[in-house]
Design a protein around this ligand. Structure first.
Ligand SMILES: [Zn+2]
Ligand SMILES: [Zn+2]
Length: 177
């Protein structure tokens, strides 16, 4: 079961709000609004070798409440400023990283911590495109063939994991070296 939040968007005003928990930010009846179901992810994912990683979305209403703080988080969006030790990796939303080698090193360090038994987190904003792509590449580092790593992420994390064709190609062409 994945918790969802219903977000209402007014493209005319360029505003959005959480329908259940925030007042409407546009009340103009002439504006066409769209409703988006957003996943709230705090999902523990088991990589193919059994290593556990928590994959998270950024919940702007309550980003940092946890039963227990992670030992380390790797975040792919500058929205994150958690009170626990973390790294930020610059990766444009809906895109792929400019420096794949730097991403591999960051993911390798995250994996090494997780294998030592540290609780680690991986997150972006929505928790699907960048987080899903990074999870797929972590799976490849754990022995998953690149050609099936996107499918793996969708089965073991979320059906919405990896959002664009460019991100899919980025996973498949990863050599793991
Ligand atoms: Zn409006
Ligand atoms: Zn999801």
């Amino acid at each position: 079961m994945i918790e969802t939040r219903s977000v209402e968007v007014c493209p005319t005003c360029g505003v959005h709000w959480h329908r259940e928990r925030q007042p409407a930010r546009c009340l103009d009846p002439a504006h066409e609004h769209t409703i988006v179901e957003v996943h709230v992810h705090r999902s523990t994912v088991r990589l193919p070798d059994g290593t556990a990683v928590a994959a998270v979305s950024f919940d702007p209403l309550d980003p940092y409440s946890r039963t227990r703080d992670p030992r380390f988080g790797l975040y792919l969006d500058p929205a994150w400023h958690p009170p626990w030790p973390h790294g930020l990796f610059s990766w444009p939303d809906f895109g792929v990283p400019a420096d794949p080698g730097e991403l591999e090193r960051a993911l390798g360090r995250l994996l090494a911590r997780a294998r030592q038994g540290d609780e680690v987190e991986l997150g972006c904003l929505g928790g699907h495109g960048r987080t899903g792509t990074a999870l797929a590449r972590l799976a490849v580092l754990c022995g998953q063939p690149p050609s099936t790593a996107v499918q793996w992420a969708r089965e073991h994390y979320c059906v919405r994991a990896v959002e664009t064709h460019e991100q899919e190609a980025f996973v498949v062409t990863f050599s793991g070296q």
